[in-house]
Write a protein that binds this ligand. Structure first.
Ligand SMILES: NC(=O)c1ccc[n+]([C@@H]2O[C@H](COP(=O)([O-])OP(=O)(O)OC[C@H]3O[C@@H](n4cnc5c(N)ncnc54)[C@H](OP(=O)(O)O)[C@@H]3O)[C@@H](O)[C@H]2O)c1
Length: 314
């Protein structure tokens, strides 16, 4: 496995991470443990979850799975999502964050969170309040680093400038959707994250499994897969245009004795600002395949060629 610095920090995380939004939703506690144990055996040391995944069960199952090797992993979670019907049951306010951090620590069976991320921008809370609360959590030792997710470039810029001017801890990572099939962040967020030296943690890196190559034009979707169970998302993403693009990307990869899956990871990791690619997995063998993709390093010419294939597809 290869390791990179977690954003602007000195902490090292595996370039292939593990996403966990299947845990507690599609995987029970014992299957979750199998996936996590396999990830650790493959050298993966970075897990990304949220207080909302699997209706809070993702954190609970992770806590159970990692309790014997907690100090060997870098654990990221998030706060913001709606967890109840009362006015303070969501958001990035002081009240909500201070309550939720305790709940996450309990479920994760730990006394610290390595990376605590604001899941979404909160338009109803001053960013200063959020940052002061996060700063307090770092000072108190409950949280080691802070990050944000689904932030627009201006929201990231405003956060970093506010933290700078108040001498508060800054976000070291941002977590946006990013993959060969969604390059929206290239316009504004990537330049902003480079300027502020903030690491990128791409989510949906496999476009919900489409970039594994397992969905083929004209064939039934394999049973038990995410898209076979989510027709709406399947219709949205599995268009004729997408298939044409996948076929061309596959030809590019095959010519180099690689697969589409290898390319999905290698292309993201060709950007040095990408810290870790946090693909989700439902089976141990998926984690093994994903972890082993890191050996392919694209050259600048490869990246240029792939980008030409991608063209205007967004
Ligand atoms: N910040 C946010 O708002 C946000 C939003 C979404 C996700 N996330 C994070 O990002 C992570 C990654 O996103 P994601 O897991 O939803 O999507 P993804 O990485 O694009 O796709 C993961 C899915 O692809 C399939 N897969 C993975 N590896 C495979 C392999 N080697 N062979 C065949 N199939 C494979 C599995 O689904 P099946 O086996 O079921 O087909 C798996 O659940 C999440 O787990 C979560 O931690 C964050």
């Amino acid at each position: 496995m290869e390791y990179r610095n977690l954003g602007s920090s000195g902490t090292k995380v595996s370039v292939i991470g593990l996403g966990t939004n299947n845990f507690g939703r599609r995987l029970n506690s014992s299957d979750t443990k199998k996936v996590i144990d396999t990830a650790i055996e493959e050298g993966i040391n970075f897990l990304d979850t949220s207080n909302s995944y699997g209706d809070t069960l993702s954190e609970e199952y992770i806590g159970n799975a990692v309790k014997n090797y907690r100090h060997d992993i870098i654990l990221a979670t998030k706060v913001y999502s709606k967890l109840g019907d009362k006015p303070n049951d969501m958001g990035a306010s002081k009240v909500h964050i201070l309550r939720e951090v305790e709940n996450s620590l309990k479920r994760l069976q730990t006394d610290y969170i390595d990376l605590y991320q604001i899941h979404f921008w909160d338009n109803t809370t001053p960013i200063e309040e959020t940052l002061r609360t996060l700063n307090y959590l770092i000072d108190s030792g409950k949280v080691r680093y802070i990050g944000c997710s689904n932030f627009a470039a201006w929201q990231l810029a405003m956060s970093q400038e506010t933290a700078n001017s108040l001498n508060l801890e800054k976000f070291i990572t941002v977590q946006p959707e990013y993959s060969l099939l969604n390059r929206e962040i290239e316009k504004e967020l990537i330049p902003a994250s480079e300027y502020y030296n903030v690491g990128i943690l791409p989510y949906f890196p496999l476009a919900s499994g489409v970039l594994t190559g397992k969905y083929k034009r004209g064939e039934d979707m394999p049973e038990g897969t995410r898209l076979s169970e989510n027709k709406e998302r399947a219709d949205e993403i599995l268009t004729s245009e997408t298939y044409s693009l996948l076929e061309r990307l596959e030809i590019f990869a095959k010519a180099r004795n690689k697969t589409l899956l290898d390319l999905a990871f290698a292309w993201l990791l060709a950007n040095p600002n990408v810290t870790s690619v946090i693909a989700g997995a439902t089976k141990p063998e998926q984690v093994i395949s994903n972890a082993r993709t890191h050996t392919w390093k694209l050259t600048n010419t490869d990246v240029k060629e792939v980008n030409e294939i991608l063209g205007d597809y967004k």
